[in-house]
Design a protein around this ligand. Structure first.
Ligand code: CU
Length: 156
């Protein structure tokens, strides 16, 4: 009996490994856009990427609801906040990468007013492994207290 049980345990381990070999997939959530009060100025987009089974890079974010999207990072330089464009962002496996106010963000130029009226903008996230993930971002209109980016100079 003992030997049989041990044998069963030995067999069960590799089976369990193969059936549980699907770790959490790569996905994006908590996407929102802080609409700029000035319609001529770009708005800021934020979201959280949840890394999947393999390390990837976020290569681009696209939308049909605006003219153009750029990925930016904020950094202190000589005591001043400056923004640098990002060509790609590393997303390690099973790791969260947040685009959040004060840090990495999307710069969204020329949002379609019809999209603003709807209150959500459809974003497409393009990753280095070929994944294209569509995510709807909630548009928060200017006003309130969550607009630190809007006062910043977006000229690079
Ligand atoms: Cu920016």
């Amino acid at each position: 009996m003992m030997r049989l049980a041990r044998l069963a345990a030995l067999i069960a381990v590799p089976l369990a490994l193969s059936s549980c070999a699907d770790p959490a997939p790569l996905y994006v959530d908590q996407a929102w856009v802080q609409l700029n009060a000035n319609p001529q100025a770009p708005s800021s987009g934020y979201f959280t990427i949840h890394g999947g089974p393999e390390a990837v890079q976020l290569r681009d974010v696209r939308t049909e609801g605006a003219l153009r999207i750029e990925m930016h990072d904020n950094a202190m330089k000589d005591g001043k906040m400056t923004m640098t464009p990002l060509a790609a962002v590393d997303v390690p496996a099973q790791t969260k990468v947040a685009f959040a106010p004060g840090g990495k963000h999307l710069m969204i130029f020329g949002i379609n007013p019809a999209v603003v009226k709807e209150g959500t903008i459809s974003l497409m996230f393009l990753f280095s492994n070929g994944d294209r993930l569509p995510v709807d971002a909630t548009i928060k209109t200017a006003g309130g207290d969550a607009a630190p980016m809007n006062a910043m100079d977006h000229a690079h």
